[in-house]
Write a new protein. Structure first.
Length: 229
């Protein structure tokens, strides 16, 4: 029997058509069988575009009553090769035996196959340490002394302080550089210096501004603040 006519049909097992199983609703579809055809069609389209562009160039010169500029033809060949190379190099399509498709970015990559990309400059600036320093002589210290550091999101803060006599050092933080909140203080009973840093002597400071100050007058003062991630 070569032909069968009917209104409906019910089958207990999957049927074949031309040697291949019939696809049912919900079946996964593999596309590996279409890959060679798609690549061939893309190549044909690029080559056809090249021929069309060459013909248009020659026809254009002919319409203007001039001979075709053969110097332009190698450029068209180069353009066609570039397009063909873009198809094969910029994006590679990889399929496994199950028809799963993966896209591989082929360049720029390093020797380990990792994609090389430059980080935005603003991100690099945020990762670099930030610092501020200042000092005052005893003769000029009539109102106390302070330095302020805008540290951004760098939470790790270090402070070097040196006092020429007894005094107190305050470390303060601020959201806007105007309203200051106390973080830590150090009191020296005589001239001396010290070093404080997170997380031992100072807590991690998330506020974008940090300040070191002393209200003590008439002494030499040196402050150095540094912040990092």
């Amino acid at each position: 029997m070569d032909e069968v006519y009917g209104r409906t049909g019910h089958f207990r097992e999957r049927i074949d058509c031309e040697g291949r199983p019939v696809i049912l609703d919900g079946d996964p579809i593999s596309v590996y069988m279409f890959y060679d055809l798609a690549k061939a069609q893309l190549t044909e389209a690029i080559d056809a575009a090249r021929l069309t562009a060459t013909g248009d160039l020659i026809a254009g010169y002919a319409r203007r009553g001039a001979e075709a500029d053969e110097a332009q033809l190698p450029k068209l060949d180069l353009l066609a090769e570039y397009a063909r190379g873009s198809r094969d190099v910029l994006v590679k399509v990889r399929m496994d035996e199950y028809g799963n498709v993966g896209v591989v970015i082929s360049e720029p990559i390093d020797e380990y196959g990792r994609v090389r990309a430059a980080a935005p400059s603003e991100l690099l600036d945020e990762l670099r340490p930030a610092s501020a320093k200042g000092s005052i002589a005893a003769a000029d210290n009539v109102n106390g002394f302070s330095i302020t550091l805008y540290k951004g999101g760098r939470p790790n803060v270090s402070l070097y302080y040196s006092l020429g006599g007894a005094g107190t050092v305050y470390v303060e933080a601020s959201l806007d550089g105007l309203a200051w909140r106390p973080v830590r203080s150090f009191t020296l009973s005589a001239a001396g210096e010290g070093f404080a840093s997170t997380p031992v002597e100072l807590p991690a400071i998330a506020f974008p501004y940090v300040r070191a100050r002393t209200p003590t007058t008439g002494i030499d003062v040196t402050f150095e603040l540094a912040a990092s991630r």
